[in-house]
Design a protein around this ligand. Structure first.
Ligand SMILES: [Zn+2]
Length: 363
């Protein structure tokens, strides 16, 4: 059992759609003319505040982790002969590799890939802005986990599809009944996740939900067990509990890829003398099993909130500094002065983990 804990997989690996990444005003750059050092460039979005050192150092950390993961995923895709996966991983590798600063703001390209922890943190902020006000209005929100029994890699893709289909069957049934004036509608926020068990080499796809009350939570768990039957789900593995801290709960649900080597996990596991690993092949399997599926979604209600998406405006820049990410320094370096952008210093244990604890064995 201790080995199971010892070999911590990336844990709950969560992904999302990045279709609307520009909503936080963090958009890309495009070179207009490379013939001169300071040719005019076009930047989009509102940029990131340069004086927010903590946020920029967080981005440097995510950039460092993501580059390492992307290279490992490229290796694994090559070994598996899944070459069509490689360009997307390279996209992620290059995400925010070059950024420019101008008048206190930072601009750069975003890959918008699910695996990218730089992009997922932006998506996370967007979801928090959009859904926390709604969650705060719910009377007695519950956190629900709906899960199915673990499966080997070859069944994962099908099981993910079935899981989402089952949820839709249940919610549609209640929606139609509600339309006929018979009973409640099942509303909530849901996110799709998948755990990997490195000992058993199995995958456990599941749904996390936040629902407005205990009645909906109970209905979902009951209907889930009834639809799947005890052959595919264990009723004891389903979970439903009242939420104490709404903001914290929503943050957990939308964490996505940032679960990998986040600071608290890292410290906690180090204290317990457990060494986390990233199982890259399993990660690749999960990514592709979830491809095309919406990872975070609302169900049964429209998200009309005061949160408005801001369209990224394009703006020409003539005066700017250019910074390129240097993996050796875990930071962006000014192309002219060699100054570093954020001053981020990775903790020793993170450097060691990224050097030693990436498992490339094919699962
Ligand atoms: Zn990215």
């Amino acid at each position: 059992m201790f080995q199971l804990i010892q070999i911590i997989f990336i844990g709950l690996f969560r992904f999302c759609y990045f279709a609307l990444l520009d909503t936080l005003g963090l958009n890309g750059t495009r070179r207009m003319n490379d013939s001169e050092n300071k040719s005019e460039i076009i930047v989009k979005g509102n940029g990131t505040e340069l004086n927010n050192t903590k946020a920029l150092q967080g981005r440097a950390k995510r950039k460092m982790i993501t580059q390492k993961m992307a290279l490992s995923l490229i290796d694994v895709a090559r070994i598996k002969g899944e070459d069509e996966r490689i360009p997307g991983y390279w996209n992620t590798f290059h995400c925010q590799s070059r950024v420019v600063s101008s008048e206190g703001k930072l601009y750069g390209d975003y890959c918008k890939q699910r695996i990218c922890t730089v992009c997922s943190s932006i998506r996370k902020a967007q979801i928090m802005n959009q859904y926390l006000p709604i969650l705060r209005e719910w009377d007695e929100p519950y956190f629900v986990t709906l899960t199915v029994k673990a499966v080997p890699a070859k069944w994962l893709e099908g099981r993910v599809k079935d899981l989402l289909r089952a949820f839709k069957i249940i919610t549609e049934r209640y929606r139609k009944r509600h339309q006929r004036g018979k009973g409640k509608q099942l509303i909530g926020l849901k996110s799709l996740e998948c755990n990997f068990n490195p000992q058993a080499k199995t995958y456990n796809p599941h749904l996390h939900l936040i629902v407005p009350n205990g009645e909906i939570a109970e209905t979902l768990v009951n209907e889930w067990c009834k639809l799947w039957t005890s052959k595919f789900v264990s009723s004891a593995a389903q979970n439903s509990q009242p939420i104490r801290d709404r903001e914290k709960c929503l943050m957990e649900v939308v964490k996505y890829g940032s679960k990998i080597f986040t600071e608290p996990d890292l410290k906690k596991k180090t204290k317990q003398n457990c060494s986390p690993f990233i199982y890259v092949s399993a990660l690749d399997n999960i990514l592709w099993a979830m491809k095309g599926h919406r990872i975070f979604d609302r169900c049964g209600f429209n998200a009309e909130t005061s949160y408005k998406r801001k369209a990224g405006k394009s703006m020409p820049l003539k005066k700017y500094d250019q910074w390129d990410f240097d993996p050796a320094q875990s930071d962006w370096v000014n192309s002219e002065s060699d100054e570093v952008l954020t001053g981020y210093m990775p903790p020793a244990e993170l450097t060691v983990l990224l050097a030693n604890n990436i498992n490339l064995l094919i699962e």
